[in-house]
Design a protein around this ligand. Structure first.
Ligand SMILES: O=C(O)CCC(=O)C(=O)O
Ligand SMILES: [Fe+2]
Length: 203
């Protein structure tokens, strides 16, 4: 672990060696990677983002009615506006390791076990066949599922606070992912999704 910053008494660091990374091959062209314990000091980052990010309740049209999204969202299309300085360190470590120039953030705040994200592929942040999408988990552990686009068995992960889940290859084309609601109570969770203008631009 390299120590990269001290904020609000907390020791924040990322593992630039990605020593704990475990890659699962989904099919010939898609993969998903779990990196347990990648960020240390995650509770401090969680608390700071909860307090300082610009959380919004979004509504969306579903066929003919407006549906309130079951989570809050904070979007930073330009990394310079990131609500915490350590997010710059996190982003540069991810860009160096995965070879993608990440330059934006998309964050979800799941207030409790009733909040969720339905099955989807990332759009409009991934307009290329091949995209690498890192998602950093902070706070409560929740299930993260991925399944083939046309249906089939899902593969599940339970990223803990500080864990990274990375979707790669054709995941956003051929697979769908979700964070389901759950029956058992869970505390709040934030996910930080990293985006890149490059990947958002079709080839
Ligand atoms: O919260 C997560 O772990 C995933 C969120 C997600 O897939 C998204 O916002 O596109
Ligand atoms: Fe997503």
């Amino acid at each position: 672990m390299t120590q990269l910053g001290l904020f609000a008494g907390g020791h924040l660091a990322v593992d630039r060696s990605f020593a704990t990374a475990h890659r699962v091959r989904l099919d010939d062209t898609s993969w998903i990677e779990h990196v347990p314990g990648w960020l240390s000091g995650s509770d401090d980052l969680f608390a700071a983002l909860l307090a300082d990010a610009g959380w919004e309740q979004r509504d969306r049209w579903m066929i003919n009615r407006v549906v309130r999204e079951p989570r809050l969202t904070a979007e930073y299309t330009d990394l310079v506006d990131a609500p915490h300085p350590f997010l710059h360190t996190v982003t540069s470590a991810l860009s160096d390791h995965y070879g993608v120039p990440y330059d934006g953030l998309w964050m979800n705040y799941y207030r409790d076990h009733r909040d969720s994200t339905g099955w989807h592929g990332d759009w409009p942040t991934c307009k290329r066949d091949i995209c690498t999408v890192p998602v950093l988990s902070l706070g409560a552990a929740r299930r993260f599922l991925i399944r083939p686009r046309d249906g089939g068995r899902s593969i599940g992960f339970t990223p803990a606070s500080g864990d990274l889940i990375v979707m790669g290859g054709r995941c956003q084309r051929d697979w769908r992912h979700s964070v389901p609601k759950q029956a058992t109570p869970a505390g709040p969770r934030i996910s930080v999704n990293f985006s890149s203008r490059l990947q958002a631009t079709p080839l």
